[in-house]
Design a binder for this molecule. Sequence first.
Ligand SMILES: *Cc1c(COP(=O)(O)O)cnc(C)c1O
Length: 383
Amino acid sequence: MSNDTLNSPPELYLKGRAWVEIDLLALEHNAQTLQSLLPQGCQLMAVVKADAYGHGAIHIAKHLEAMGIKAFAVATVSEGVSLRQSGLLSDILIMNYTHPQNAVFLEKYGLMQLIVDGEYAKALNDSGYEIFVHISLDTGMHREGIDISKTEEIESIFSMKNLKVEGISTHFSSSDSLVQEDIDITMRQLSLFYDTVDSLVSKGYDVGKLHSQATYGLLNYDDDRSHFARIGIALYGVMSHDDKTRLSPKLKPVLSLRANIAQVRWIEAGESVSYGRTFVADKRIKLATVCVGYADGIPRNMSGKDATCLVHGKRAPILGRICMDLLMIDVSDIDNVVAGDVATLIGNDGDDEIRCEDFALLSDTITNEILSRLGSRLPRIYI
Ligand SMILES: *Cc1c(COP(=O)(O)O)cnc(C)c1O
């Protein structure tokens, strides 16, 4: 057991309020399964941004590196620096903006920077630091990247003396959908990407490693020319949502979210629960208070939405508004519930399971958001 998150006394019992359990065998299973789907010559680039989607970036990245994964992607330069300081030796790509004032860290820690346009490339080049870069091409998502029609702007980067181009990438806007219009758009993005790459190659540029796919790109599309697939959510054993994919490998959820029960008592019919009295009991109810709330990443808008948690392997409905640190559940039908018992918000208990996908759906979002917003005060326990 270890705890990367809290600066807590070492003797503190980590399962003492609310915590996240990380199943490293499930992570290994997912990494191997996903790697086996990649074409010859293509490797996983493990996306460990946002603290590895709430799983703890240092622990996850070091475990994957020990398994042989050699490329990682994060959002921010500080995420990259903290991985290096923890001893990670592999390639690390920074996908978000790094201010040119921070270019020194890119050089010092050997981090690769994603370049989104010529102006940004020039600013980094002018910093005087020697920096490895990947060029991001905008093939239609219009989030980041150089417009592929701007040939001169793209080519100019190759002649910048402090920048060494190590790769070229693009990102799909709609690869998670199998609606025909979205398929057409994704196929078009892919062909625009390779048209641009081919034209650069024909002019003698060394474009380095190519990558286009994230999780849904990999599961819905073939790309046998890429060298990396930038995989995030699937590594953690869940999908963003339940929409069908062309390939559906058997993945194992890595994360469980559990919390202790602090108090159990009966309330009478007509009494209400939590702020605003949105829940009023229509019969006598055995109520339990669970030590987890929206500050831990349980979305407050899940209140009143048929959300449940598991206690002794049985479903216990969440009652009334979710508070910052606590929420209340109905355990009337569950025997022998006492303070100190465990409630499972995400994960297995007995024969039942609360899937992260179902949890996310209850608050109208995707698993990526739920996981990446799990609170930093939750200890991560690795098993
Ligand atoms: C976050 C991100 C990924 C990973 O996406 P998943 O759907 O979680 O696999 C890949 N590429 C880029 C550019 C990203 O921002």
